[in-house]
Design a protein around this ligand. Structure first.
Ligand SMILES: Cc1cc2nc3c(=O)[nH]c(=O)nc-3n(C[C@H](O)[C@H](O)[C@H](O)COP(=O)(O)OP(=O)(O)OC[C@H]3O[C@@H](n4cnc5c(N)ncnc54)[C@H](O)[C@@H]3O)c2cc1C
Length: 567
């Protein structure tokens, strides 16, 4: 695979500016990455520029589910659910190292009335079980041949066995259904790497600040480079087609054309808590908590060494600095504690995180549309194509729709190839797993490290092992409680275009939310490594460690104050 080194990024940027591109994609979240991959596979010369780091926006702060969206069924959004279920199946097949099936326990209590957001509560809960059974049968049917596993009713005892954290009082029975789970930043990064491997030119820390026009058409984008030590250099990248895939920022980027944006984005924040698995006595099954007072669904999901609890849905806040605030923590913890056997104290929360979903309305639509949770694609008079909304799960079909539009503009009919395209690390996976295990054992690596490497890199994990074989000191863990190794820091900077301490610890290794200290102890070690590889001076090294401390603080946000009495 093409290694995304610092030198390669510089060469890619130079090539974009000198030769121009057919398609310039703005935004390195999962949507932009998917578009870059699809367009490059169809033979377009593609450039992808990301303001901060790949997956540093919403794509890094999801619940990490690859799902049809069970809660959209009661709202009658059947086509939306079907599309997501089909895409779920494709992603599980195309990225088996990064997307895997996950069982969900849906408990029923005597007081359950509107689980999974049923719009109408059956009187006294009569017939609720039959309604859920029908809904879950529809969910299975809509997934077609790619269904993960058929749902089934489970007894009270089985609910307790699979979800021992749940309060047993009033528990009557439950359902077990299947969806999928991923690691959102690693998935996004793998798609970026896949795009680069088929020729896309890619650069993070490269922000679009404006456009150049000829007549009323956009012909180029102005891009400011902002990797540490790069000194805010600006480039102009000529492009035949420019795609704005900047998620919640899409309205801002549209406004850079000087025209009134077509997208009207209402950001809605979703916050999560990260807990230790043993704090909740979790098995490997996820749990759908009983309905909240405001009709939301809250998932409790085992993820890596931790458990994720989320999410919320509130307006307001700083889009550039999404944090779970005190109210978010209180809301999630209160609801969790109403549903579990052993209530959790605030100081048992390992970390928090939050992201913004773009709720969309279209300006200039013939009929004013309601705020939508699906995606929208709009084309401005200047030719800018903007896409926003959707889900991680549906990134591929969204990308296909965008590139189909470009094809239609060009009058070409290049077939989309992403339906069965293996994402970086998928080739030869999981067949490579036994070999990987044997090699890791010869190198003296613990079992958890092998599991972690396989789940993070798939068949490319052998590249990480190559580094450990060459220098056994790189087998050292970055955190005593977690399997991530120093070799992965080396890999991140040599192959995965990491430029900052946060690029490594927040996006590529996830210590910012997984480690009890948010990765603070590892930060100087990572900074030393980046200093050697990227030629930083002492001042830059210190500034980077300080910047990482601010990042880490975002994941302890909302945890400082004790809950008020009675909360
Ligand atoms: C709380 C929450 C939970 C979710 N859970 C799930 C889930 O479990 N499963 C699921 O399928 N979906 C989930 N989603 C939805 C999913 O996360 C998003 O649909 C998806 O990540 C959006 O990706 P994106 O690429 O469109 O946007 P983003 O990931 O936000 O990417 C946009 C990128 O554009 C960059 N950018 C902005 N301005 C510029 C500029 N001027 N120049 C260059 N780059 C720029 C940003 O830095 C950013 O990286 C969740 C969303 C939220 C908010």
């Amino acid at each position: 695979m093409r290694a995304l080194t610092a030198e390669q990024r510089a060469a890619d940027l130079e090539a974009m500016a000198r030769g121009g591109v057919d398609v310039l994609v703005i935004g390195g979240g999962i949507t932009g990455a998917g578009i870059a991959l699809d367009a490059a596979l169809r033979g377009y010369r593609v450039g992808l520029v990301e303001r901060d780091d790949f997956a540093s926006g919403t794509s890094g702060w999801s619940t990490k589910l690859i799902h049809g969206g069970i809660r959209y069924l009661p709202q009658g959004d059947v086509p939306l659910v079907r599309e997501a279920l089909i895409e779920r199946g494709r992603l599980l097949a195309n990225a088996p190292h990064l997307a895997h099936p996950l069982a969900f326990v849906l408990p029923l209590y005597t007081m359950s009335r509107r689980p999974v957001g049923l719009p109408v509560a059956p009187p006294w809960g009569v017939g609720l079980s039959a309604i859920l059974d029908m809904g879950l049968s529809l969910y299975d049917t809509l997934a077609g041949r790619a269904n993960v596993a058929h749902h089934r009713r489970i007894s009270r005892d089985e609910v307790i066995r699979r979800a021992p954290c749940l309060l047993p009082n009033g528990l009557t029975r439950g359902f077990l259904y299947a969806d999928g789970q991923t690691d959102d930043t690693r998935l996004t990064l793998a798609i970026v790497r896949s795009a680069a491997d088929v020729g896309a030119l890619v650069a993070n820390h490269a922000s679009v600040t404006g456009f150049e026009q000829s007549g009323d058409r956009l012909i180029a984008a102005r891009v400011r480079l902002n990797a540490p030590g790069e000194g805010s250099r600006e480039l102009v990248i000529p492009a035949a087609h420019i795609v704005n895939a900047t998620g919640v920022f899409a309205e801002r980027v549209e406004a850079l054309t000087g025209a009134t944006p077509l997208l009207d984005i209402q950001p809605s924040k979703g916050a999560h808590l990260v807990l230790r698995r043993d704090a909740l006595a979790m098995t490997n099954d996820a749990v759908v908590l009983p309905e909240t007072a405001d009709g939301r669904i809250i998932f409790v999901v085992p993820w890596r060494s931790r458990v994720i609890v989320g999410t919320t849905d509130t307006g307001g806040g700083d889009l550039d600095r999404p944090v779970a605030n005190d109210d978010d923590v209180r809301y999630l913890l209160d609801h969790l504690n109403r549903s579990v056997r052993r209530p959790l104290a605030r100081d048992e929360i390992v970390s928090t995180y939050a992201g913004y979903r773009p709720l969309l309305r279209l300006r200039h639509a013939r009929t004013p549309s309601r705020l939508s949770r699906t995606h929208a694609i709009v084309e401005s008079a200047s030719g800018l194509i903007s896409i926003s909304g959707g889900k991680l799960t549906t990134y591929r079909i969204m990308a296909q729709e965008v590139v189909d539009r470009i094809d239609a503009r060009d009058g070409s009919r290049r077939p989309c190839l992403t339906k069965k395209w293996p994402i970086a690390g998928a080739a030869g996976w999981p067949a490579a797993l036994p070999g990987l295990r044997a090699r890791a054992a010869r190198l003296g690596l613990p079992f958890e490290t092998v599991v972690h490497l396989g789940d993070s890199y798939g068949s490319l994990a052998s590249d990480v092992l190559d580094r450990i074989e060459a220098d056994p000191a790189l087998a050292a863990p970055l955190d005593p409680d977690l399997p991530a190794t120093l070799a992965e820091v080396e890999y991140a900077v040599s192959v995965e275009q990491a430029f900052t301490v946060a690029d490594v610890l927040e996006r590529r290794l996830r210590l910012s939310i997984e480690a009890a200290d948010h990765g603070l102890a590892a930060a100087p070690l990572v900074a030393d490594h980046l200093t050697r590889r990227l030629g930083w001076d002492d001042a830059l090294r210190s500034a980077q460690i300080a910047a990482y401390a601010a990042t880490a603080a975002m994941h302890g946000a909302g945890l400082d104050e004790p809950l008020a009495a009675g909360a």
